[in-house]
Design a protein around this ligand. Structure first.
Ligand SMILES: [Fe+2]
Length: 570
């Protein structure tokens, strides 16, 4: 039977509602106003009626009555762009996100695509079905980004296109602009298929401006989350591009882009998201924190709510289904005393109460991961002879700079800084590739660090002052079937197991946050001076950032998309 039949009848008073929420100040994001004296009827997961004169018969003894007691009632919050398909299990994520007022998330899945291939994304979509909030995805676009210059457990374009018919697949994610402005066959094939399936094209236009930016958007790209200055935001808005501002564990852009609020008078094309969150931050909240931050920076309260609800839904063309409290929309709402301190007393998702007083109020059962995901390290334990370095006077080293930039520099070893480290990347997908270089700029003066949490290919990266410490760190990670290890004097002083595909932890969020903190402390103990090191060190091999990266295939000049000479001592 048509699911809306009962919803219509409830509005007419011919059937009774499942829930009535009354005595609240409804935030109407369609009109940017507060509505007092209205009640909300929910039936079969949908809003059936929003008004001040509910029909007789629409409320019965079976209707759950929720007195909002004068509090605000906002639509459930929506995250338009993030990366929650890896690192923590999604049931763990959902517990905290739902309790913070999030009822819909659209997440990138390039991590799963790169580390676990097509099966990784299929597993996520299967697991998402049993979650009490809505999880949509964008598929990876280029996995890996620089084909031939890096290796991942990648999926091909036919695999990606096979997902397009799933209604929970909303977009093709993070299409790096040079690959679109100068498209190869793969890009053309993916973009043509996306257009055919009405899949949104999500942008990644960092560094593009003027004609190139115009050319990029001429491809049909409809959103971008990369602008970090008001002018960059403005340039994109003027081209009709939806801009997703970022405030999360990796990016803190809101302060720098905030002047845009005084440069425009129409905010329909603006939303905000975390673009990724770590365990320690998730314990404190989710996109409610982004909302609070906007208001703290002087944004209008109702505009901020619009950005995190109806505007976020509109990015992917689902604002006819979610994002506002209105008849026929999916019943997602938050009851909250103060919008500027967004701590929901009650969260309703899909027409049922999922969280109360900051705690999840439903049982969540996660479908198991396939057994093979727990055995993703297809390489032998490392030994000294696996590290192919030659003695010499000068070496090329990757120098970490500000933000996430890494450039090449030449170091005379007799006058080398104390933090000159050996740096190696080993393939872990059974291809036997390995590459060797040096690294400076971490501040690390002893010990070693190894990780598979290494965008986007999630290969095993290891660096350290001594090869022996590097072997200890790398082998701990291999033993854990993926993860992070910090070593000093041949002892593991901290680790984070990511035993599911080398990218997802089995641990509860609180435990994971403790492990995160311990790993950061351990890095400081061996001299690390990088701010937010666990995030920063995820970008070591990431070819989406400038200028020089070490992948399993060697030293890569990212801008010119070519391999540099193997690092050899001279
Ligand atoms: Fe992102």
């Amino acid at each position: 039977m048509w699911s809306k039949q009962s919803v219509i009848k409830t509005a007419l008073g011919q059937e009774s509602a499942d829930i009535i929420v009354y005595n609240g100040k409804i935030v109407n994001v369609n009109t940017h106003e507060i509505m007092n004296g209205y009640s909300i009827l929910i039936k079969n997961g949908y809003f059936a009626y929003v008004g001040n004169n509910a029909a007789d018969g629409s409320i019965s003894d079976n209707t759950l009555r929720i007195d909002a007691a004068g509090a605000y009632i906002t639509p459930g919050l929506i995250e338009a762009h993030t990366h929650i398909s890896y690192y923590f299990k999604i049931d763990e994520f959902v517990k905290y996100a739902a309790a913070s007022g999030t009822t819909t998330v659209i997440t990138e899945t390039s991590e799963l695509g790169n580390a676990l291939g097509k099966e990784g994304i299929e597993t996520f979509l299967n697991q998402a079905k049993s979650m009490p909030i809505k999880l949509f995805i964008t598929t990876p676009c280029f996995a890996p980004l620089l084909t031939g210059l890096e290796t991942s457990n990648s999926i091909n374009s036919d695999d990606i296109i096979s997902f397009f018919s799933d209604p929970r697949v909303l977009g093709l994610g993070e299409a790096y602009w040079p690959k679109v402005v100068y498209p190869d066959e793969r890009t053309a094939k993916l973009f043509e298929a996306a257009e055919r399936y009405n899949i949104k094209l999500q942008g990644h236009s960092a560094g593009a401006r003027g004609n190139k930016l115009n050319a990029y958007f001429a491809s049909g790209i409809s959103s971008c989350h990369e602008p970090i200055t008001p002018n960059e935001v403005m340039e994109r808005l003027r081209m009709g591009i939806h801009v997703i501002l970022r405030e999360g564990s990796n990016r803190h852009d809101l302060k720098s882009v905030t002047p845009i609020k005084d440069m425009i008078s129409d905010f329909r094309l603006l939303s905000a998201s975390t673009d990724g969150i770590n365990a320690a931050d998730l314990i404190k909240g989710h996109v409610n924190i982004v909302l609070e931050r906007l208001i703290e920076l002087g944004w209008d309260e109702l505009t901020a709510v619009q950005m995190l609800t109806i505007n976020a839904a509109s990015v992917f063309g689902i604002d006819d289904k979610i994002g506002s409290i209105a008849p026929g929309k999916i019943a997602d709402l938050c009851i909250v005393d103060d919008i500027s301190k967004f701590k929901p007393k009650t969260v309703i998702s899909n027409g049922r109460i999922v969280a109360k007083e900051g705690k999840i109020a439903v049982d969540i059962k996660l479908k198991e991961y396939p057994e093979s995901f727990y055995h993703s390290m297809r390489l032998n334990k490392l030994k000294k002879s696996d590290f192919k370095y030659e003695a010499g006077k000068t070496v090329d080293a990757i120098m970490l700079g500000k933000e996430f930039v890494a450039a090449l520099t030449r170091i005379n070893r007799t006058k080398a800084p104390e933090d000159l480290l050996f740096y190696a990347v080993f393939d872990r997908y059974g291809n036997n590739n390995a590459a060797f270089s040096y690294l400076i700029g971490t501040g690390i003066t002893s010990g070693a660090f190894a990780t598979t949490l290494n965008w986007d290919c999630f290969q095993l990266a290891v660096f350290g002052r001594s090869i022996d410490d590097m072997i200890t760190a790398a082998n701990r990670v291999i033993d854990m079937q993926g993860g992070i290890a910090v070593v000093d004097n041949l002892s593991v002083i901290a680790d984070i197991p990511l035993s599911i595909g080398g990218v997802i932890s089995d641990l509860p969020i609180v435990k994971l946050a403790e492990k995160e903190q311990a790993a950061e402390n351990a890095l400081i103990n061996i001299g690390c001076k990088i701010e937010n090191p666990l995030t920063r060190l995820q970008t070591l091999s990431f070819t989406g950032l400038p200028f020089v990266k070490l992948t399993d295939k060697g030293l890569i000049d990212v801008k010119n998309r070519k391999k540099l000479n193997e690092t050899k001592d001279l």
